[in-house]
Design a protein around this ligand. Structure first.
Ligand code: 0X9
Ligand code: ZN
Length: 307
């Protein structure tokens, strides 16, 4: 489609999802998980080959931070790869026969729109807060050590977690949607940018989950496969170990509260910001290669996770 490989507005992604559903209804279903603060629909697309028995779910969140444009763009590229290659590509066929893939390509619609209309570097949601400031960091708004590491009490700050967990309709919608499939969900992936990292739980503490060796095995294998594609290196580790500790994130919540065993946060391209430009500002020419390398990691995850 015409939106693949481009940075698209929320409404374009929205109508594209609906068009995909009408064209590939055998493979894909679109549903709204609720509205954003400003009333925009948050649509997920569920992709998988119909099966008589319930299939394990891989749930992918993209665009929860408004300015990280590569994230929704890679999600769109990945959705397109799936729906156009079933029965043609052995990896795609295996991945759709084995799993149901849930994609939320635009997890923060109000913030994302605001990056087109007002402030390219906006990060948060757009709900009104104290002191005339706007927005909550949605990746601090889940109830894992709420208000702990990596948050600011200043409502004007980029890492303001909100007044309470799930104060934002966006995070509440995501919580309910993941929760409703928690019995089947085996993998949760959150696409962010930038720095080229694959972050393993936990983000909020330097303690490690008991299955950390298994989580690392999958992460290391996935990032080796990713590197094979374009020679790009992604480091693997927990946020406290390789980035900074941060509480209230979706992927910690998915693992700790919803019980999703394999939960990861990607920090996509670029590795570093250019001297003259923010690292969140990337060319559209980065979308396809980023999609291709991430794809290799998804294939590895699908083949390697223990079901
Ligand atoms: O700070 C964040 O939310 C993420 N980095 S970003 O530059 N995309 O904003 C890292 C989040 C890691 N996850 C958690 N700590 N929960
Ligand atoms: Zn982010």
């Amino acid at each position: 489609g015409e939106i693949v490989g481009r940075f698209s507005r929320h409404s374009e992604i929205d109508s594209w999802l609906t068009a995909i559903e009408s064209e590939f209804g055998e493979l894909a279903t679109v549903e709204s998980i609720g509205q954003s603060y400003e009333g925009r629909d948050m649509k997920i697309i569920k992709i998988g080959k119909a099966s008589p028995n319930p299939k394990p779910v891989i749930w992918v969140e993209a665009g929860i931070h408004a300015r990280e444009w590569i994230s929704p763009a890679v999600a769109v590229w990945t959705i397109d790869k799936f729906i156009r290659n079933y029965g043609l590509d052995d990896d795609v066929t295996y991945m759709l026969d084995t799993f149901d893939w849930f994609f939320l390509p635009s997890a923060n619609p109000d913030g994302y729109e605001y990056t087109f209309t007002n402030d390219r570097l906006w990060r948060k949601t757009r709900s009104p807060q104290r002191r005339g400031c706007y927005g909550v960091d949605p990746n601090r708004n889940f109830d894992v050590d709420f208000g702990g590491a990596g948050t600011s009490r200043d409502p004007c700050a980029d890492t303001y977690p909100g007044t309470q967990a799930f104060s934002e309709p966006e995070t509440d919608n995501i919580r309910k949607s993941i929760w409703s499939v928690r019995d089947r969900a085996v993998v949760f992936l959150s696409f962010h940018a930038y720095s080229q990292l694959m972050l393993t739980p936990y983000g909020y503490t330097s303690s490690k989950p008991s299955d950390y060796p298994e989580m690392l095995r999958i992460a290391d294998a996935s990032m080796s496969a990713l590197r094979e594609v374009h020679g790009n290196t992604f480091r693997v580790g927990t946020p406290p170990d390789i980035l900074y500790a941060a509480s209230g994130g979706t992927y910690d919540w998915a693992k700790l509260k919803a019980g999703v065993k394999y939960s990861y946060t990607y920090e996509l391209r670029p590795a570093e910001a250019a001297w003259n430009q923010s690292g969140f500002i990337v060319g559209e020419d980065q979308i396809v290669p980023s999609g291709e390398e991430v794809w290799a990691s998804l294939v590895t995850i699908a083949k390697e996770v223990q079901l």
